[in-house]
Design a binder for this molecule. Structure first.
Ligand SMILES: [Zn+2]
Length: 344
């Protein structure tokens, strides 16, 4: 796989290769990266970023997967940054780049313990509300798996992941953020970049003085982010993503602090590479549909997904990764049918 990103942290990159957890690392003045393990066999950890303001408070971006071990790791890190503190008492704000539990699973717990507010993009809050409504049964159960042609024996494996967000989190979002908002953090100027695609309310944060771009799961160094993974959206996630990539490409010299992997430079090239990956797959979907449609009628999403190329192979996809692959296939098909490829 071509990869244009260049690691800027040897210890993060080496830890990734070894399959270890990188240690707490200072990235810039008053900025640290903390790796928080997460379950599953796809990615071993997500990054929490700790920004210490000039008043001695700490802004926590993406607290990570909710577990007692991760909680303790976060408290230990905060005590290292602000000696003498008890941990959560120094947290003055929490930001979630998007609704996935490996990023904001611990946000509710941290908010309760610190009294700090949680900020997320307004569209992400609305997505959380929809997931919550589905979980408590206000909206009909999801029948997508059947529509997609998922064989009956595989449906239970996938159903547990459909539109799932950290429980109770919807009630915890105190502050709705939008593109261009500037966060008031003493000693920092952090601007919100709305970057829909991976989820509909995904956001990145930009610090021009330090030359940093916190990219969440929008642009990652070693894997291509899946798109449309935050529930149903009114617009096509691939079309959204292509526009959001352009937004990131305006800051080619910023160092990227991603949600997974290692920090890196070359964010504009890497962003284009991620966009190209998805466009290539959309073309592949178009070809499969053209070939299959003539042969045996309209193929299902399951049929199409089983015939296109997946980085780890179709047979290797299970659980969340398989559900994600089916989402991607539906999204690419919608993109093709709406004429998206013709515009490119
Ligand atoms: Zn994510």
């Amino acid at each position: 796989m071509a990869n244009t990103s260049t690691s800027t942290s040897r210890q993060q990159e080496e830890a990734l290769v070894r399959g270890d957890l990188p240690p707490l690392e200072q990235v810039r003045d008053d900025v640290w990266a903390l790796a928080q393990p997460m379950p599953g066999d796809h990615l071993a950890y997500s990054f929490t970023y700790l920004l210490r303001d000039s008043d001695g408070g700490v802004l926590v971006v993406d607290p990570g997967w909710d577990s007692d071990e991760n909680w303790q790791r976060l408290i230990d890190a905060l005590q290292q940054l602000v000696p003498g503190c008890s941990g959560a008492d120094v947290v003055t704000g929490i930001i979630g780049t998007h609704l996935h539990p490996d990023h904001v699973g611990m946000a509710g717990r941290l908010r309760d313990a610190s009294g700090a507010t949680l900020g997320m993009h307004v569209l992400e809050r609305e997505a959380l509300e929809r997931h919550h409504a589905r979980a408590v049964g206000d909206v009909p159960a999801d029948d997508r798996l059947e529509t997609w042609g998922v064989p009956a024996e595989r449906r239970a494996e996938l159903a547990q992941y459909v539109d799932r967000s950290p429980e109770g989190l919807v009630l915890a979002v105190d502050r709705e953020l939008a593109d261009g908002d500037v966060l008031s953090v003493p000693g920092f100027r952090l601007e919100v970049l709305a970057t829909p695609g991976h989820t509909t309310g995904h956001l990145c944060l930009r610090d021009d003085a330090r030359g940093l771009l916190l990219t969440g799961d929008h642009v990652l160094p070693t894997v291509f982010p899946g798109l449309g993974l935050g529930g149903e959206t009114p617009s096509n996630p691939l079309a959204d993503y292509l526009a959001s990539i352009d937004a990131v490409c305006r800051y080619p010299d910023h160092e990227a602090l991603p949600g997974h992997g290692y920090r890196f430079t070359g964010v504009a090239e890497r962003a284009r590479e991620c966009a190209d990956h998805h466009l290539k797959r959309a073309r592949e979907v178009a070809e499969v549909v053209a070939a299959e449609g003539g042969r045996s009628g309209e193929p299902t999403i399951w049929d199409i997904a089983s015939l296109i190329t997946w980085t780890g192979g179709w047979k290797g996809l299970h659980g969340f990764q398989l559900l994600s692959a089916l989402h991607q296939t539906q999204m690419h098909l919608d993109f093709v049918r709406s004429g998206g490829l013709a515009l490119r």
